[in-house]
Design a protein around this ligand. Structure first.
Ligand code: DAH
Length: 338
């Protein structure tokens, strides 16, 4: 380099050029800052300048480099905040890679994790069972009479494994209650466990119902387990999940596998919607016939059981008004649950 560069002119150029797009930014970087760009080239040429000019030139060029770097960083940040996208320089291997998109936990999994953690603290273990069940575990052992409507085609998916013998049909379990039976066949009382899992119903798909959903079953069988224990457990659980100021009610109900049976509703008021009672679970004292079906003596042991719908609870907690959103896997929806 024989003549000293006009750093003032370059300075003006750097300050005034427009950097309003990713392309403009990249051209700027290539022109001034990249390894073969103007500024590194000028810096490399300092040695060839007249000795008396070197110190001044070095200072000026360093200022120039500083100016160009700052302009570049500022324009890049501005552009990224406008577009929400990462602006990358393609040929500079020293830049850190753009951050990878980080997924989030599905809202159903978040609710399930919380339910599990509450019951864990209440001394419950976790058990599971198969989704493909037989009639005995899904219905008979749970004291469903042979003609009970739940056995009909209306809401059960039957799986035929043998054309000649339809009596051997299996079912996609319609609830998690059969896991109670499997657990008690394996483990003699005391038994205290929750059983989360997926269940299936042959229902038409709407904003309120889907062909599959999740339940968490609960079972506690021991000597002297009472209805008061059940109520205490349910109220403690709901208080943890929905907050201390929770308003709830417990109503009598009917299930073949419990006697007496009840349902728990919570008062749900969010945003500007009018408040309403919402059923969150069914429960009751385990029916003596269920204990007999697994060879537990109902004269010695008593127990309580409950079953809750995870979708329903999730939808109320996050104000989701269509159950199908939970199964679409649309990232625009899922990203709202960090
Ligand atoms: N299995 C019932 C259902 O799917 C829910 C349920 C109710 C489970 C009462 C229970 C119970 O264990 O005691 O609707």
């Amino acid at each position: 380099m024989s003549t000293t560069p006009d750093t003032e002119a370059i300075k003006k150029e750097i300050s005034s050029c427009s950097l309003d797009s990713g392309d403009a930014l990249e051209s700027f970087r290539l022109k001034y800052l990249s390894r073969k760009g103007l500024i590194p080239e000028l810096l490399a040429g300092i040695g060839k300048a007249a000795p008396e000019d070197r110190a001044r030139l070095g200072k000026e060029l360093n200022e120039l480099k500083q100016l160009a770097t700052t302009r570049f960083e500022e324009a890049k940040a501005e552009l990224e905040s406008q577009t929400g996208a990462q602006v990358t320089a393609t040929d500079d291997p020293t830049l850190p890679p753009p951050p990878t998109a980080v997924g989030s936990t599905h809202p159903l999994s978040q609710t399930l994790a919380e339910i599990k953690s509450i019951f864990y603290r209440l001394g419950f273990t976790i058990a599971d069972g198969p989704e493909l069940e037989d009639d005995f575990h899904n219905f008979t052992a749970l004291n469903f009479p042979p003609e009970h409507p739940a056995r009909d085609m209306q809401d059960t998916f039957f799986i035929r494994k043998d054309e000649q013998n339809p009596e051997n049909d299996l079912v996609l379990r319609t609830h998690t209650s059969p896991v109670q039976i499997r657990l008690m066949k394996e483990q003699k009382p005391p038994v205290r466990a929750i059983m989360p899992g997926r269940v299936y119903r042959n229902e038409s798909i709407t904003a309120k119902s889907y062909c599959l959903f999740h339940q968490v079953e609960g079972l506690y069988v021991d000597k002297n387990v009472s209805l008061a224990d059940l109520k205490h457990t349910l109220i403690t659980f709901a208080g943890h999940l929905f907050g201390k100021n929770l308003k709830y009610r417990i109503r009598p109900s009917f299930f073949p596998f419990t006697e007496p049976s009840l349902e728990m509703d919570i008062w749900w008021e969010t945003g500007n919607r009018p408040g309403q009672w919402m059923e969150i679970l069914g429960a009751g004292m385990v029916h003596p016939n269920v204990l007999k079906a697994v060879d537990v003596d109902p004269e010695v042991y008593t127990g309580f059981a409950f079953g809750m719908g995870v979708e329903r609870i999730t939808m109320s907690r996050y104000e989701i008004d269509d159950i199908r959103l939970l199964y679409d896997n649309d990232l625009r929806f899922l990203n709202q649950f960090p």
